[in-house]
Design a protein around this ligand. Structure first.
Ligand SMILES: Cc1cc2nc3c(=O)[nH]c(=O)nc-3n(C[C@H](O)[C@H](O)[C@H](O)COP(=O)(O)O)c2cc1C
Ligand code: SF4
Ligand code: SF4
Length: 592
């Protein structure tokens, strides 16, 4: 039997129709409540420059599950993200990734590292997200929640993983089509539906992205990295950031930090990955040469700390070995690497106290508890994946930004530059080389350590001794918030119904890639993505699927429901819930 694709994105008209309908019926957008929309605070300016481009906050999703589909990127933007490292695109776009692929039970592991869509679909997702954000930032009903000026934002492409791949017509065409997205925007423009008719002639900016973060996969030879950066600058005129791996710290230092200082003795490092990866001496030459190369061509160059850490799979969850570690311990490794690089190459990096030309972007265990210290080191942006995969999801960004604003305001910093200066002076007064060493010392040896070591992360998420059923559950809402694709939604249980629980939960099957994240966090026994009613909007996907599932077709003002495995009572319940005029299906039936 033909296999269903991992994901089937919703077209622009369905996404925009959903936004209008969801707003009207429940004042949420893609399930995010307005309390989690970010609005600039008075008196504190979080804006930064990303490779010379303005961004209203220094935060955003790292290349990963939160920057792959249009609704994911829009959710990040609503919650305050302003720099988006788009999910990595590579020429091999029909890889069969094993599932589940994400394990956030403790610190963070995964086994997926490039797009699950066809390259052409990824292009469409990024342009759709760009158009939706452009519409929403001008949409009057949102202004009370996001402000009159929600500020600039940057889409930063990510490609990998070798020179031959990025030179193919497919990947080169992808990059060219984001640098000038005019044709793609015009192709999508007729799909803007009635509730947003005022935007049908909107002058959407056509340059969606002209910077790129190169994802260097573990084991990518240094000469290949250099050749790729030069090619991207010369052939595509891009400003380029190279994403470095934590192996750059060297095997002994990683062992010392991870296993000795943080007590993750059970995590088995993959020694081969250190042999194959870039080493510090070569990295120093590479950074020096590429900065010179960029400056000679009026281009900008930066580094990103860091990609994930390769480790052997000693857990019983992900079906592949090795796996890739992210989250809290990676934060300690990346901070140490930053401190090492600053000592080895003084005056090179554009961070507090150095004033060099090379931008340092950061992605390693960024969370509310360390955002102020992270940004205080001068790195920008601070991007994240793992923390957004925890309960609260995209809604964790707004409190994170509020924390940064609060810390800045309390210490008299009105801008990020003033915050860097404050952090620098504090660190120097305490006898450190700078804020990177101060932060590293705190999280390896000081009070901060207890947020990063094994003992802080060994307890699994809470659980109750009950088997998950299609109807009713403890209604914790975790499946809705931990899903990066917003595949889950909930509806209140109707008065007098025979279903238990306050809320009922549903999966939009085409948006679920069976990553496993909702299963990890669901306190009941079972996989919500398999047990809760799977709703299909696409007949082809419905026919390819197996197990329980329901096809929705437009029917008058509502939907008709067809079950894959005949079950009248289930159809009756769904009919009552999905066709409820008060809330009902968040997608407009007319758009199906
Ligand atoms: C599920 C998952 C998928 C990821 N996919 C990519 C990818 O496609 N390209 C990439 O360069 N990095 C990828 N990453 C790495 C992240 O961009 C990030 O660098 C890393 O996870 C560290 O940040 P964190 O600790 O906040 O997760 C992925 C990470 C996760 C958790
Ligand atoms: S519904 Fe669950 S398994 Fe599916 S994509 Fe979302 S989190 Fe992953
Ligand atoms: S299905 Fe599980 S995760 Fe979702 S609301 Fe119910 S108990 Fe919570």
């Amino acid at each position: 039997m033909e296999q269903a694709p991992a994901l089937t994105p919703f077209p622009l008209d369905v996404l925009l129709g959903r936004i209008a309908h969801e707003w009207e019926t429940r004042q949420r957008i893609f399930d995010l409540p307005t309390a989690r929309f970010w609005k600039k605070a008075d008196g504190v300016d979080l804006s930064m420059e990303f490779m010379g481009r303005p961004a209203a906050t220094p935060v955003g999703p790292a290349a990963g599950p939160h920057s792959q589909m249009a609704q994911n990127i829009v959710l990040g933007w609503l919650a305050g993200a302003r720099v988006f490292e788009l999910k990595t695109v590579q020429v091999l776009d029909e890889l069969d990734i094993e599932r589940p692929c994400i394990d956030m039970e403790t610190i963070g592991f995964n086994i997926e590292w490039s797009q699950e869509l066809l390259v052409a679909e990824s292009l469409e997702e990024y342009v759709k997200a760009w158009m939706i954000i452009e519409i929403l930032r001008h949409w009057e009903p949102l202004k009370p929640f996001i402000g009159d000026d929600s500020g600039p934002y940057v889409f930063d492409m990510s490609v990998g993983y070798d020179l031959a791949g990025i030179q193919t017509d497919k990947v080169a065409g992808f990059m060219d089509s984001l640098i000038d997205a005019g044709p793609e925007i015009e192709r999508l423009r007729p799909l803007i539906p009635e509730p947003f008719a005022e935007f049908r002639d909107h002058p959407f900016p056509t340059r969606v992205s002209d910077s790129l973060t190169l994802s260097t996969f573990h084991g990518c030879p240094p000469d290949e990295i250099e050749a790729m950066v030069k090619h991207l600058m010369d052939r595509h005129g891009l400003d380029v950031i190279v994403k470095l791996n934590p192996t750059l710290l060297g095997f002994p230092r990683v062992v010392e930090i991870l296993q000795k200082d943080l007590a993750y003795e059970h995590i088995r490092l993959n020694r081969l990955s250190f042999v194959d990866d870039l080493e510090i001496d070569r990295a120093v030459d590479l950074i020096t040469d590429l900065q010179k190369y960029a400056a000679g061509r009026d281009r900008k160059f930066g580094v990103k700390l860091t990609n994930t850490m390769v480790v052997n799979n000693d857990r019983d969850f992900l079906p592949a070995d090795p796996m890739y570690m992210s989250g809290p311990p990676l934060h300690v490794l990346a901070t140490s690497l930053l401190d090492d690089l600053l000592s080895t190459m003084p005056g090179t990096f554009k961070v507090a106290g150095h004033d060099g030309p090379v931008q340092v972007s950061f992605s390693a265990g960024v969370a509310k508890g360390n955002i102020s210290a992270t940004v205080g080191m001068g790195v920008a942006p601070a991007t994240l994946s793992s923390d957004l995969l925890r309960p609260g999801g995209y809604g964790r960004l707004e409190p994170m930004l509020r924390q940064l604003e609060k810390d800045m305001a309390e210490n008299g910093a009105a801008t990020l530059e003033e915050w860097h200066q404050y952090s620098w002076e504090q660190a120097r007064a305490a006898g450190f080389r700078g804020p990177a060493e101060a932060h590293m010392t705190d999280i390896v040896k000081g009070h901060g350590k207890k947020q990063y070591d094994l003992y802080a992360h060994e307890d699994p998420p809470r659980s109750v001794d009950h088997d998950l059923e299609m109807w009713g559950c403890v209604a914790c809402n975790f499946c809705v918030t931990v899903c990066p694709n917003d595949a889950f939604f909930r509806l209140p249980t109707p008065e007098g119904s025979d279903m238990s629980g306050r809320q009922q939960y549903f999966v939009l099957a085409e948006l679920c890639n069976e990553c496993g994240n909702c299963m990890v966090f669901c306190p009941e026994n079972g996989d919500p993505a398999q047990v809760k009613p799977k709703l299909y909007l696409d007949r082809g996907r419905f026919e390819l699927g197996t197990g329980q599932g329901f096809l929705l077709r437009p029917d008058g003002d509502g939907v008709s429901i067809k079950a894959r495995q005949g079950s009248e009572p289930e159809i009756e319940r769904l009919d009552r819930l999905l066709n409820d005029p008060a809330e009902g299906l968040p997608v407009r039936a007319a758009d199906l």
